[in-house]
Design a protein around this ligand. Structure first.
Ligand SMILES: NC(=O)c1ccc[n+]([C@@H]2O[C@H](COP(=O)([O-])OP(=O)(O)OC[C@H]3O[C@@H](n4cnc5c(N)ncnc54)[C@H](O)[C@@H]3O)[C@@H](O)[C@H]2O)c1
Length: 306
């Protein structure tokens, strides 16, 4: 897609949000020219964007967001090959229905277990050979277990750290190396942490998950300082409770904890990934956040304030 075509898509999104009746009491809308200039900072036109754990859930939302921001070359990396293929088809068909006539982005599935350093390296090399140098990585592959600390087995504890921390590091390291090798000097790496990096969730026990996310946040800060002079930014996106398809199953269980989660969230609701996370992830991926690195962007409806 050309830069001009991408700008037209972004402008149409901007125009439709301006005509939304819910904005009737909001601040006055900027002129088309002002908004054009601002929106260009958020454009991902010409940037190859890859997301791990994108076969479903938040990862897939991030790819949707990048497509809507002008990215035309994207990769969905996940351990689940069939779901990754399906995810790419969903992203393309959704884009086609939202932007009739616009060129469909090239979104490709790649099956990879992020805990295998070798598999990660091979996959990153394959993506570069298929799509060109990578500009944006979102590392979203992760798992959560609800097990009391007194009965946590060593193997379960290790598994959480292996995927959430080691696997995320292997991806971040491989992509950062590729950025240096390919002279990408405006790279953006986004680690998906969680508000659990800074608070302890209640009532469910999840010590390994919480500790793993604290590690992710500090890993981002550490890598950000090392890579800043290479023109690579490393930030964290730390969501609160998001209403994903996975959560639907939890909400159906008797005594589900969502009432407690909502009660403890100042905004009194769960997050809606398609509305609440697309903007923040595009902000971190794009030049709109060009002077930000090592930052943890918490998107939790205020949960961690209390
Ligand atoms: N959903 C929330 O409310 C929420 C809140 C805060 C943070 N997060 C974080 O966001 C990220 C995505 O969460 P989600 O809710 O979309 O979860 P999800 O379970 O829907 O998606 C996670 C994806 O990661 C993939 N995956 C798991 N292990 C893998 C491995 N070894 N290699 C490659 N892929 C693997 C899964 O196949 C799945 O597609 C996670 O890191 C999670 O901790 C989620």
């Amino acid at each position: 897609m050309s830069e001009a075509a991408a700008r037209r898509i972004i402008q149409s999104i901007s125009d439709s949000s301006m005509t939304d009746s819910s904005s009737a009491t909001s601040a006055p809308t900027p002129s088309a020219t002002t908004s054009n200039i601002l929106m260009q900072d958020f454009s991902l036109a010409g940037r190859t964007c890859i997301v791990t754990g994108a076969a479903r859930g938040l990862g897939r939302e991030f790819l949707h967001a990048f497509a809507n921001s002008g990215a035309t070359k994207m990769a969905c990396l996940d351990i689940n090959k069939d779901q990754s293929t399906e995810s790419c088809e969903i992203i393309k068909s959704t884009f086609a229905s939202e932007h009739p006539g616009a060129p469909i982005p090239d979104v490709r599935p790649y099956a990879v277990d992020v805990t295998s350093e070798e598999a990660v390296t091979t996959t990153i090399n394959q993506i570069i050979s298929d799509l060109g140098p990578i500009h944006v990585l979102v590392a979203a592959a992760g798992i959560c277990q609800n097990i009391p600390c007194l009965t946590y087995s060593a193997s379960d504890f290790r598994k959480v750290f292996d995927i959430n921390v080691n696997g995320l590091f292997f991806c971040g390291q491989a992509v950062a190396k590729s950025m240096v090798e390919n002279n990408v000097t405006d790279g953006s790496i986004i680690f998906i942490s969680s508000m659990s990096a800074g608070i302890v969730n209640k009532p469910q026990p999840q010590a390994a998950y919480n500790a793993s996310k604290a590690a992710v946040t500090h890993l981002a800060r550490s890598m950000a300082c090392e890579l800043a002079t290479n023109g690579i930014r490393v930030n964290c996106l730390a969501p609160g409770y998001m209403h994903t398809a996975l959560l639907d199953k939890v909400l159906e269980l008797p005594g589900n904890p969502s009432d407690i989660w909502i009660e403890n969230t100042p905004m009194k609701r769960l997050g809606e990934p398609e509305k609440d996370l697309r903007g923040p992830v595009v902000f971190l991926a794009s030049n709109a956040s060009r002077f930000m690195t090592g930052h943890e962007l918490v998107v939790d409806g205020g949960y961690s304030c209390w």
